[in-house]
Design a protein around this ligand. Sequence first.
Ligand code: PLP
Length: 373
Amino acid sequence: MPAEPPAAARLLRPTRAEIRLSAVRKNLRKLKTLAAPARLLFVVKANAYGHGAAELARLAEREKLAWGFGVSSVEEGLALRAAGITGPVLVLGSLYPFESFLEAINADLMLTIASLDAARQVIEAAGRAGKKAVCHIKLETGMGRIGARKPAVLRIYDELSSSRGVEVAGLYTHLAGADTDPDYTGEQLSIFSETAGELEARGARGLVFHAANSAAAVNYPVSRLDMVRCGIAAYGLAEGFEPVLSLKTCVVFIKNVREGAYISYNKSFRADRPMKIATLPAGYGDGYLRRFSNRADVLIGGRRCRVLGNVTMDMTMVDVTAVRDAAVGSEAVLLGRQGGAEIAAAELAGLADTITYELVTLIPARVPRVYVE
Ligand SMILES: Cc1ncc(COP(=O)(O)O)c(C=O)c1O
């Protein structure tokens, strides 16, 4: 297991992502209860959407808050194993190069098979590993990303189930608009159940059928099937769940400027009156997007303070004229709550014309994740 940096090292720069474990716990419990008797696969790909996969998967495994974990690649699966995770891990991506099957099988990672070619390769890899490969077949129902259509799924099933080295454990699909499009979701689910029925008619037994992401698990009980695969709701970025991540820093520099002073690159802000301005040691190199320039607010002293001028790679300036006691060392919340005020992920995502998924996933490794209860 890689050594954790000492706590003191984390404090050498005040910019940090605070992850509230109590919120993760609460969200996972809520999902688990809502999904039951279906299982909960906790989707921790992309470093748990920026929240820290190892830490959150350990919490979920230790406290039995999820049946297993979803990752996007063999590397992510191996990282979970290295972090001590022993439970089921499903690799959701389509694997290439095929040599990675061998690594995955050796580490007991369950594989997604979405083509006949991949089916043949996994059979061969299982033979080489001398170990069973546990596979979930991916059905294309309308996402248009990875997945085989029904006739190909039936052929893949026949191929895989004819091999003693492979266990076909599940069939799944991914919904393209469970948060926005009930009709399309219904169409996808009906293609899925038709295919599931045909597999059963062919003698398939005990397969885990799954289709639901967070939005579907919450909004469409019929989509829950045998398992739900939830990411965003666990991170509290869906309605009815508790936000988990806050992006915080401290003021490192304060100045008073005259009317007409320019702030940041390319004269991107001009003071139209005397102002008090704070500099924060966080910028787009910390996932605080340049699109927030002159648009987003930051919380200091419990008040909203507007970002002034262009966000730079490592620093951002904000207007603290109205925050009398703002000083070097004052806490600044870029995302999250302070006192009664809140900068919600949805607000920032809206400013940057993106989605909350992208916003949190973009917070890079240089921002330490600090886990708090
Ligand atoms: C295949 C698959 N299943 C489940 C999820 C989880 O989705 P959500 O975060 O919306 O719950 C994802 C994430 O994009 C995914 O790619």
